[in-house]
Design a protein around this ligand. Structure first.
Ligand code: MN
Length: 130
């Protein structure tokens, strides 16, 4: 049950402070609630403790502690969290990384630096179809 009047809750896992601030500002302006995680450990623990509240996860691949791929694998192997949609946000525009993320169960990817219009459009369309 949603108790907030926000459009949805998005967990951002990103270790670069400026990138985090940009993503957070955009999403909050779009009236999403944002949960921040600056490393892989924080991402996993916040995803687990907010699994009934989170509507979407934005996942950077290069993270301290536990990298993004490991976080994705763990989220997708847990019954409580495996259905949460994950979008990879990475500077890795490499086809192999994108394919690896899709194979691991991610629904989409966005390459950095992000195009703000495309970014908002993707987020809104994924959360609308929920
Ligand atoms: Mn990173």
């Amino acid at each position: 049950m949603k108790i907030s009047n926000k459009k949805g809750t998005i967990l951002i896992s990103e270790d670069n402070y400026s990138n985090m601030k940009l993503l957070k500002d955009i999403l909050e302006f779009q009236e999403y609630e944002v949960i921040e995680a600056y490393d892989g450990n924080a991402a996993l623990s916040k995803i687990n403790s907010n699994s009934d509240k989170i509507d979407l996860i934005l996942m950077d691949l290069q993270l301290p502690e536990i990298d993004g791929f490991e976080v994705i694998k763990t989220v997708k192997s847990n019954n409580n969290t495996k259905n949460l949609p994950i979008i990879v946000i990475s500077a890795h525009a490499m086809e192999s990384d994108i394919q690896k993320a899709i194979n691991a169960g991610c629904c989409d990817y966005i390459t950095k630096p992000i195009n703000i219009t495309t970014f908002i459009h993707k987020i809104n369309s994924i959360l609308k179809s929920n």
